[in-house]
Design a protein around this ligand. Sequence first.
Ligand code: PAF
Length: 277
Amino acid sequence: MKLFFYRNKLSSWIHAQDETQRLALIPTMGALHEGHLSLVAAAKHMNCTTLTSIFVNPRQFNNPDDLLRYPRTLDLDIRLLEQAGCDAVFIPESDQVYLPDAAIPHIPLGNLADRLEGSFRPGHFQGVIDVLWSLFQAIKPSNVFFGEKDFQQCMVVKKLLDAQFPEINMHIIPTKREADGLAMSSRNRRLSAEGRLKAPTIFQALQQICAQKQQGVVPQLLAEARAFLERHNISTEYLELAVPETLEPLNHWTSDPAVLLFAGHLEEVRLIDNMRC
Ligand code: PAF
């Protein structure tokens, strides 16, 4: 597996690749888990040459403490990617991602930018757009892979691709879960043993709402789920039922499928999850 720290070295390697072989980019911020590795596996399954980027992007953190505490496990990440059969890893510093003369275009995100994640993490999606636009521009992959766990991010990436990179194919891979239902996340490792036992309550709450699809009164189901989470020391930032593509909120079961989206805190660790139902 090749390691690249500089974009010019990476570009030479990309240009030396067999042109018939499609290049897949798996953008990550490291602290890899099985969810990330399932993206590499999906790309390999499509016979792509696989390139994973590892860059903790400061522009997408609205909270400096969160950036500081974001887990960094580079040696382990490299070992995991090697075992997964990834072909190359790009591990840039900021100056290799953000060129001083780059004119990152404005992408109209409509409601997507300000709702849910956007309202609790102002500027977050602009930061995500900045880094992905810069990586896509430098690498020009033909395929990109993202996890469905970051559902709203996937919708934002779709907008970026439609507007700027229509030639890139996007693949959204289902969320990987632990045996008890907890969505895999780099942040889970910050939970205490006790917190780890409580965390699957989020999955259970989402399941309980979906189980009452069509019959239950949506605002009431959401309020009951919040209370259930609260009893397990999980505070809710948002818990909403929405239309999958636009994330317009739903007060009735008028969209099929619909998506439930959750963000909240357990032991000061911010966790997100979602479920189509
Ligand atoms: O999902 C993530 O890990 C990040 O938001 C991404 C897509 C790698 C951009 O920094």
